[in-house]
Design a protein around this ligand. Structure first.
Ligand code: SF4
Length: 291
């Protein structure tokens, strides 16, 4: 039994607070076990696992015997890329901070009662433009509105939205300090994944919003956001765990809160992603009583 250094205790206490807020303790032992680990000596190996913030790289995949790499008669693989998103020149003159709210409003007016893609005709009630601080350093991008968002016209207000709020709070921020938007602004029927033509049509407005807000970091929530933000069809396991270049700013990928609600065991992995974002933005988690 090796005593934990103070900084690892702090990390465990932070993880515990995060787990409580996210409503998922049982993914990592029990709440009691975790609380004890934060306060008491624990086996060195367990402490290292629990406090690890470095993200594992994706496991290498063995070559399929029938793949193009091993069989020259097979056609080559198609590149794992979509149309790349535009580069936003963050070095050019920015819109002044006090004018960004108005600039976003101008984009909203340009969208109007949009019928540029099929989602306008599949039961949409409200266009969900985006929400938050026009000068935010951190910008979250999700997939698309769900039923609650479609009803209210605001992104991430349902159960997944509550979990996202908790994730933001665990980072030491409030929702009012970040900006939140989606790949598509209208609800896909039955919450299906947006079709490529829908996503590629609608992201023109998202990219304009990003150009106005000019965040230091974008967090892509889930595979659809990662795909269209990075122009890559690579899996989340490949895209997570590193700070990526995206449109002239930086981006990390994590799981969508709706997925975390379905599989709470992945919340520990999402917390690693958020810690990576916090390191990049020099954020410290909020102090908790007793921590
Ligand atoms: S999803 Fe976007 S492009 Fe499609 S109708 Fe809605 S606002 Fe227009």
């Amino acid at each position: 039994m090796t005593p934990l250094p103070p900084e690892q205790r702090q990390q465990l206490a932070t993880l515990l607070a995060y787990c409580r807020e996210m409503g998922g303790i049982d993914f990592y032992r029990s709440e009691k076990d975790l609380a004890e680990m934060a306060a008491d000596p624990v086996p060195a190996q367990t402490a290292a696992e629990a406090s690890q913030v470095t993200i594992r790289s994706a496991p290498s995949t063995p070559l399929n015997p029938a793949s193009p790499e091993t069989d020259p008669t097979m056609p080559p693989r198609k590149p794992n890329l979509l149309t790349p998103p535009p580069i936003i020149d963050f070095s050019s003159s920015a819109i002044a901070p006090q004018e960004r709210a108005a600039a976003l409003q101008t984009i909203r007016q340009e969208i109007g009662d949009c019928t540029r893609c099929q989602l306008a005709f599949e039961g949409r009630h409200k266009i969900v433009f985006g929400d938050g601080d026009p000068n935010a350093e951190l910008l979250f991008v999700g997939e698309g509105p769900g039923a609650d968002e479609d009803e209210q016209g605001v992104p991430f207000v349902g159960r997944a939205g509550q979990l996202l709020n908790n994730m933001i709070a665990a980072m030491g921020l409030g929702r009012e300090r970040v900006y939140i938007a989606n790949i598509v602004k209208c609800r896909p029927p039955k919450n299906r994944v947006p079709e490529p033509d829908e996503a590629l049509t609608c992201t023109q407005f998202l990219f304009q919003q990003i150009g106005v807000v000019r965040p230091k970091l974008i967090v892509a929530l889930g595979a659809t956001a990662a795909t269209y933000m990075l122009g890559s069809k690579a899996s989340l396991s490949v895209l997570r765990g590193k700070v990526q270049d995206c449109m002239g700013t930086k981006l990390i990928v994590t799981y969508h809160p709706a997925y975390l609600l379905r599989d709470p065991r992945q919340k520990a992995e999402a917390w690693k992603d958020l810690q990576l974002a916090m390191q990049f933005l020099n954020l410290t988690p909020p102090k908790r009583a007793g921590s």
